[in-house]
Write a protein that binds this ligand. Structure first.
Ligand SMILES: *Cc1c(COP(=O)(O)O)cnc(C)c1O
Length: 369
């Protein structure tokens, strides 16, 4: 830390992203990107947009917002486009939370929420998950505080039924409820339809996971027009050209290529079921996921040990050091070929473990004799 860094950030702990090795020699199952390229139309459109790269992008992202609004049956004024949905979450925390308006989120969830709360000096409270890692929605009803919930939750992958989200929104009418739908396309129900009924709900989504544009950095937030206007005030006060012109065009094209999108979500669901069954056969405990990842643990091997052993064999998964989940690993669902490599490496690790144990036993037996 330099001597110039202002003291209010002394204790700020930044978010730690998953490893992004730049050599691509790993089977990369650690940051929930899509294993599939975006639709083939995307790269030409990006190239075309780059011809005008000397000009600023549209600060209102008008065409993109219209495309998103059309997709969801909303109006463009209900939508704000952002540089990844992390940016949308940051603006939402900033706009609607402060010392008098704290925010509540689950104890185990996306690690970015406490970081942006701290960044903005917002007090936060957490509510523990149930023993089965589900969110107890009743604990969020009538609490009179702002709430942020990832649905499906991360890193568990477990989704909350729409009815339970509606209860939370309905029973906290004086507060903002943010639902982070980064993974909703992989099998959960979106609460976008609730936006027609409630004006205290905000929904964020991203093009990073189900739409294969993680490197393009594109997200968006949807809600009542006056909420979106407040968010735009903050956006225009900090980064008015937040979505670049190449990415905006790429977003429009991926929304248009809906069959391609549906097919790739189905492929992920298929590979998820396949991987889950195989892991259960190997004795793993696997949480019921509605996302593009599985959260898994085994009695045979510690979470960190498995993570390291896989990394040594060229497979990257995500391990979290928080003691509440340090027995677990989060495994992104990739192509079937990638999942077969992952499964084969797990079997290899177990086999080596068996052999080492057998050798140890033999050694002990010899010593006793
Ligand atoms: C990946 C992710 C996001 C946002 O990612 P962006 O790339 O910034 O859009 C938001 N919430 C959760 C829970 C995520 O896992």
């Amino acid at each position: 830390m330099s001597k110039y860094f202002v003291s209010k950030f002394d204790d700020l702990e930044p978010y730690v992203p998953g490893e992004q090795p730049q050599d691509m020699s790993y089977v990369k199952l650690n940051t929930n990107e899509s294993p599939f390229d975006p639709p083939k139309e995307v790269v030409p459109v990006i190239r075309d947009a780059a011809r005008n790269i000397r000009l600023y992008s549209d600060p209102e992202s008008q065409e993109l917002r219209q495309a998103i609004a059309d997709y969801y049956g909303l109006e463009p004024e209900n939508v704000m486009a952002t540089n990844g949905s992390d940016e949308a979450l940051n603006y939402a925390f900033m706009a609607f939370c402060d010392a008098e308006h704290p925010i509540v989120f689950p104890e185990i969830t996306y690690g970015f929420y406490p970081v942006i709360a701290n960044l903005n000096g917002i007090p936060y409270e957490t509510i523990s998950l149930k023993d089965d890692f589900t969110i107890d929605s009743r604990e969020y009803e009538n609490i009179g505080k702002n709430i942020c919930i990832a649905n499906p939750n991360a890193p568990t992958g477990i989704a909350l039924p729409l009815e339970e989200i509606e209860q939370i929104v309905r029973t906290n009418p004086g507060n903002i409820i943010i639902i982070d739908e980064a993974y909703v396309d992989f099998g959960a129900r979106s609460c976008v339809p609730l936006l027609y009924k409630y004006d205290n709900l905000l929904v964020t989504q991203t093009f990073s996971k189900s739409r294969s544009l993680a490197g393009g950095r594109l997200g968006f937030i949807m809600g009542a027009k006056d909420l979106i206007a407040d968010l735009n005030t903050l956006r225009n006060a900090s980064n008015p050209y937040n979505v670049n012109r190449m990415t905006a065009k790429a977003g429009i094209v991926t929304l248009r290529e809906n069959t391609y999108f549906k097919n790739s979500c189905h492929a992920i669901q298929f590979n998820r079921r396949y991987t889950r069954t195989a892991l259960e056969k190997l004795g793993f405990e696997v949480l019921p996921s509605s996302a593009n990842f599985l959260f898994v643990r085994s009695d045979r091997i510690g979470g960190e040990e498995l993570y390291l052993a896989l990394k040594e064999r060229g497979v990257l998964v995500r391990h979290f050091s928080d003691p509440k989940i340090s027995d677990w690993n989060r495994v992104t669902i990739g192509t079937k070929v990638q999942m077969d490599i992952f499964l084969q490496k797990v079997e290899e690790i177990f086999k080596k473990q068996d052999e080492e144990r057998a050798a140890e036993e033999a050694h002990k037996a010899r010593r006793i004799r």
